[in-house]
Design a protein around this ligand. Structure first.
Ligand code: MG
Length: 308
């Protein structure tokens, strides 16, 4: 019988193969306000993440520690990369989705729908065909803490798909507050978290599941319900397991929805990503800090995986 450390909660034997008894939970950066949007840049040997209220994008590396990547980030929240390796992020302040080009210049990809400003784009993924999928809840409009207090102009809290030729379409419109999203490794399934319980206790904290049919989504039964707090950012590993943020840590679900296990984290988790020099580290943004833990599986996003 292998004894796991107390921060690893095994609910199913399959989880024991995804972690390790020596997987320590290390705080690698601290002193922030509300961290979010972790994204791995192995080609630059660093992790980028947001501290939303302080309007900063931060860079962390093993050798250099923490430094400011971008001040005045416009309450930047979720981040990802496209297949060209460019940073794509969501800015509550500008109510847009913005791409950072290789020369450092910024290109606004989307900021309006139906002639009106977006609510406050929250999280984003880019599919292999170059389409940009993002959520647009109202968290950046509710107060001045992580945006600018203002009444939303959009009638719904939508999920959008921006095609490579610039066509912006609503793909789901019935979320209370759509939040994190991620693709299965084959991109046939898109998972989107419902974090509407932050406003209404009656809204279930579920991870909704959709079959991707070209530029449209076909809803399937939810993958799972989060039993502690609400789901925010999520990532899939290359085996198709989904790792979700929650109030007590990171919850890992099999593709059939079985809760395999939890990584218990001492602060409320907002998001996570895979990365590290060997592709087998998980970086976890959790309230004031960023944590790192070894996982025995690599992420579904190709740029996070070990080369060669
Ligand atoms: Mg989020």
């Amino acid at each position: 019988m292998i004894t796991m450390p107390p921060h690893l909660e095994i609910h199913d034997d399959r989880f024991a193969a995804l972690v390790h008894p020596m997987s320590t939970l290390d705080m690698i950066a601290d002193g922030f306000t509300w961290t979010e949007g972790p994204v791995w840049f192995g080609d630059h040997g660093c992790l980028l993440f947001s501290d939303i209220p302080s309007q900063r994008l931060l860079r962390w590396s093993e050798t250099g520690g923490v430094s400011v990547f971008r001040a005045g980030s416009g309450f930047n929240n979720g981040n990802t990369r496209d297949r060209q390796g460019r940073l794509v992020g969501c800015r509550h302040g500008m109510r847009d989705v913005v791409r950072t080009e290789h020369d450092g210049s910024l290109t606004v990809l989307a900021d309006r729908h139906d002639g009106k400003p977006l609510n406050s784009p929250n999280d984003v993924v880019v599919s292999a065909d170059g389409a940009v999928w993002f959520t647009d809840p109202t968290y950046g409009r509710i107060s001045n803490f992580e945006g600018y207090r203002d009444a939303p102009e959009q009638p719904c809290r939508n999920v959008f798909r921006l095609s490579p030729d610039g066509d912006l379409r609503v793909v789901v419109s019935d979320f209370t507050q759509p939040n994190g999203l991620c693709f299965s490794p084959d991109e046939r399934t898109l998972y989107i978290s419902e974090s509407g319980s932050s406003h209404d206790d009656a809204v279930p904290s579920v991870i909704r599941r959709f079959t991707v049919q070209g530029d449209r989504l076909q809803e399937q039964p939810p993958l799972a319900e989060i039993d502690t707090g609400l789901p925010d950012g999520m990532r899939c590993d290359m085996l198709g397991n989904l790792w979700s943020s929650a109030a007590d840590g990171v919850h890992c679900f099999a593709p059939d929805g079985t809760l395999l296990g939890k990584i218990r984290v001492p602060q409320v988790v907002s998001n996570l990503c895979f990365g590290g020099p060997d592709g087998q580290r998980m970086y976890i943004t959790a309230t004031r800090a960023v944590y790192r833990i070894f996982v025995d599986v690599q992420g579904a996003e190709p740029w996070t995986r070990r080369r060669g």
